[in-house]
Design a protein around this ligand. Structure first.
Ligand code: TEU
Ligand code: CA
Length: 546
């Protein structure tokens, strides 16, 4: 008989705000230019002051760092670059004292080719670990099919020792794991339960919608056995503790999200879906093929996910992560209206239903960078540059795409103060610090109520104070308006009203809900201004008893 599952109705993570740390770029404690666990421990008071409830750590397990840790060679040890298992246990304990949970990033779709499993698997077809990975017979130079890897090149790599190809959706050093193999799945579950035993508060599941791949049918996302695997994974691990789990699912649709985040807790708490994130690229093209943001489409996407998951699942709410450009540069204004637009984007997102995620530096209004090519570090960016040069793209075209969409935009060091290297490290940083750190840094903002930091801290507190943030029903207003994003959230006893000018023009707003809007909770400007006029990037959030 299946264990009784506790439903997800009243879970802690429904009123929580989760902060993502990219450890390599957060805080360096030992002067090697790379962020580490002791560095994070030294910043827990800052995070407690911000008011967040959990930290999602990008991977810190042993890794050759081909993809900055998303290529794991030992799932049960910490990479010496970040510290030791003892440091990890100290971080879990110290965060716990501040009522902050630690969420591990689980990379279960693939391992590093330096993992002992793969080192064994490639020795022979009879090796007991051979079928932990996805192999196809063939002849050197005749690929099993024309599938391409996300970081460029074919998705197949020849291994002479076994006269076979192995499948890799990402880099050649990230061989895909074979989830059809129950022995592999058991190894994964045992490892997860080992981390649960260490007191982690949850897991982020890297490209989890790709684990049921079927390369012979050229299927990567949403394979036929995906939800079977997820239900088994949840049953064998996550349901044993009060955890939050969030799956990265670039291929998620609303219907699939209802499976992933089913309130019966049969799979995960929620997923990161990317429909809004993919709007500013040319249809059917890559993220590098830039297009203006279709604002009405953005509103339609948010309205659909807010209304159709209400009571049927749970949304994650995010603009940023370690793979995405910084939102204030992408869809705000990182020049004259950087502060106002960063706050507007925060107010717009944090009024919605779901669990908000703050990516390190987002709470400061950190921006994108425009570096010389030799200053970029990300494998995806470096491969893109070479690939498009070889295809004959002009250098300035390629750089325009890199400035707009490189993952390194999110990976420049956290800007702590206006001292050397922005207080991130005493050594030469692994990647250059954004030169605007003298103006944009935590020290300049943590004491200022009207800073971007102050706005995020207020929004986090409001989510705990007003139940309507968690339970309120979403209703879009002014659907056809080309500049204003406005909505209400309503529960039995109150209403939240959010009105945002998404652009840099001052506009008059005519909205009956403004006539009796109630208390102004937060605004992207210091003063409230005129009720029916929205200044550039002006956002306001009102609350009233209904
Ligand atoms: O990202 C999955 C993924 O598809 C992204 O790499 C996306 O394709 C790309 O960023 C779009 O520009 C996850 C991790 O978040 C990413 O950091 C890893 O590189 C990737 O998986 C492989 O583990
Ligand atoms: Ca370090």
């Amino acid at each position: 008989m299946e264990e009784k599952r506790n439903g997800n109705e009243s879970k802690w993570w429904k009123s929580a705000v989760i902060y993502q740390i990219y450890p390599r770029s957060f805080a360096d404690s030992n002067g090697d230019g790379i962020g580490d666990l002791q560095g994070i421990i030294s910043k827990l008071d800052y995070l407690e002051n911000l008011g967040i409830d959990a930290i999602w750590l990008s991977p810190v397990c042993r890794s050759p760092q081909d993809d900055n840790g998303y290529d794991i060679s030992d799932y049960r040890d910490i990479d010496p670059m970040f510290g030791t298992l003892a440091d990890m246990e100290e971080l879990i304990a110290e965060a716990g004292k501040r009522h902050i949970r630690i969420i591990m990033d689980l990379v279960l779709n693939h391992s590093s080719d330096e993992h002992p499993w793969f080192q064994e698997a490639k020795k022979s077809r009879e090796n007991p670990y051979h079928d932990y990975y996805v192999w196809r017979d063939g002849r050197e130079g005749e690929l099993p099919n024309d599938m391409r890897a996300a970081f460029g090149g074919p998705a197949w790599e020849w291994v002479p020792e076994v006269q076979q190809y192995y499948f890799h959706q990402f880099s050649v050093k990230q061989p895909d794991l074979n989830w059809e193999n129950p022995k592999l799945r058991r190894e994964i579950y045992d490892m997860i339960n080992w981390w649960i035993g260490k007191g982690v508060g949850g897991f982020r599941l890297d490209v989890i919608d790709q684990i049921a791949k079927e390369p012979d049918q050229k299927i990567t996302c949403n394979g036929p056995r995906l939800h079977e695997y997820l239900r088994e994974l949840s049953r064998e691990t996550f349901q044993k503790a009060d955890l939050v789990t969030v799956g990265e699912a670039w291929g998620a649709t609303l219907e699939l999200a209802k499976l992933y985040s089913n309130p019966d807790n049969s799979e995960l708490s929620m997923v990161f879906q990317f429909e809004h994130i993919c709007l500013d690229q040319m249809a059917g093209k890559e993220k590098w093929d830039l297009a203006p943001l279709p604002f009405l489409k953005l509103k339609e996407v948010f309205e659909r996910w807010q209304t159709q998951l209400h009571g049927k699942g749970w949304n994650s709410l995010f603009w940023n992560n370690h793979d995405l450009p910084r939102i204030v540069s992408r869809w705000g204004n990182d020049d004259e209206y950087r502060v106002e637009s960063a706050k507007m984007l925060a107010i717009l997102l944090h009024g919605m239903q779901g669990t908000p995620y703050i990516y390190q530096g987002e709470e400061l209004g950190m921006t994108n960078v425009r570096y010389k090519m030799e200053e970029y570090r990300d494998i995806e960016t470096l491969n893109l540059y070479q690939e498009r040069l070889e295809k004959g793209y002009k250098e300035e075209e390629i750089m325009a795409s890199i400035y707009a969409k490189s993952r390194d935009n999110a990976r420049t060091p956290m800007q702590w103060d206006d001292g050397e290297n922005a207080g991130f490290t005493a050594a030469a940083p692994w990647i250059r610090v954004n030169p605007n750190y003298k103006e944009i840094n935590a020290a300049a903002q943590t004491a200022a109520e009207d800073s971007v930091f102050g706005c995020y801290r207020k929004l986090i507190r409001l989510r705990k104070e007003y139940p309507v943030f968690v339970d309120g029903e979403f209703r879009m207003l002014l659907k056809e308006d080309e500049n204003i994003f406005a909505y209400t959230r309503t529960d039995s006893g109150s209403q939240l009203l959010v009105v945002c000018n998404f652009y840099d023009k001052t506009i008059d707003i005519s909205l009956k809900e403004l006539d009796n809007a109630g208390e102004l909770l937060v605004c992207s400007y210091k003063d409230a201004g005129q009720t029916t006029v929205l200044r550039p990037y002006e956002a306001r959030m009102y609350w009233k008893k209904s």
